[in-house]
Design a protein. Structure first.
Length: 199
């Protein structure tokens, strides 16, 4: 068996950091592992001397398999968020985009996702220079520093997408709409205010 490289020990540290992020992201039954396999010397190159792969097990007793092959869209987004938060101290990309990372979750889990996104965005050089989150969750939307409303409209065979920056009143109204649906109620506006005040 070849000797373990430094990458193996860093992988164990990453695995522990990611494990600490999984339960709040509604992945408490999941396990994450970084596989580090030393390459033969003739395959060493600009990408290193190890083959690295992220493996997950999403159900108790299930075998580990490659993250990209078995995670659903929502799970994949949340695993990537957990990885990004765990790696934030090491530096990050200039722009990070999460598209519907909150799919299939609500309440406390959506709030935890929003909190982690806000924490990641606020980490400056260690986190993302710019973090964009496309969301249908009022808990996530309330955590943003800036709120844009994206809408689609169709005329015949032409579909247009519009993007509008919301002012504070428009933001409160949009979060209230996200909470209540088609008819925005005074209760939804009050709840939107509470969400916005809590960040």
């Amino acid at each position: 068996r070849p000797p373990r490289s430094a990458g193996y020990f860093y992988a164990q540290r990453l695995d522990r950091a990611v494990a600490g992020e999984l339960a709040p992201l509604k992945l408490d039954a999941a396990r994450f592992r970084t596989s580090v396999t030393p390459l033969p010397q003739e395959r060493w190159g600009a990408h290193g001397m190890d083959a690295v792969e992220f493996l997950i097990s999403t159900n108790p007793g299930a075998d580990f398999a490659p993250l990209a092959k078995i995670a659903s869209g929502g799970e994949l987004s949340r695993f990537i968020l957990a990885l990004k938060v765990a790696l934030a101290e090491e530096g990050g990309a200039a722009t990070v985009i999460f598209d519907e990372i909150d799919r299939g979750v609500g309440g406390a889990v959506a709030s935890a996702i929003g909190e982690r996104l806000a924490r990641l965005a606020g980490q400056g050089a260690g986190g993302a220079g710019q973090l964009l989150a496309v969301t249908h969750s009022p808990q996530v939307a309330a955590r943003g520093a800036t709120h844009y409303m994206i809408a689609k409209s169709s005329e015949g065979t032409v579909t247009r997408t519009s993007v509008h920056l919301l002012d504070p009143a428009g933001r409160q109204e949009e979060i209230a709409r996200m909470l209540s649906g088609a008819e925005v109620t005074p209760e939804a506006r009050a709840q939107a205010d509470r969400l916005l005040e809590g960040v």
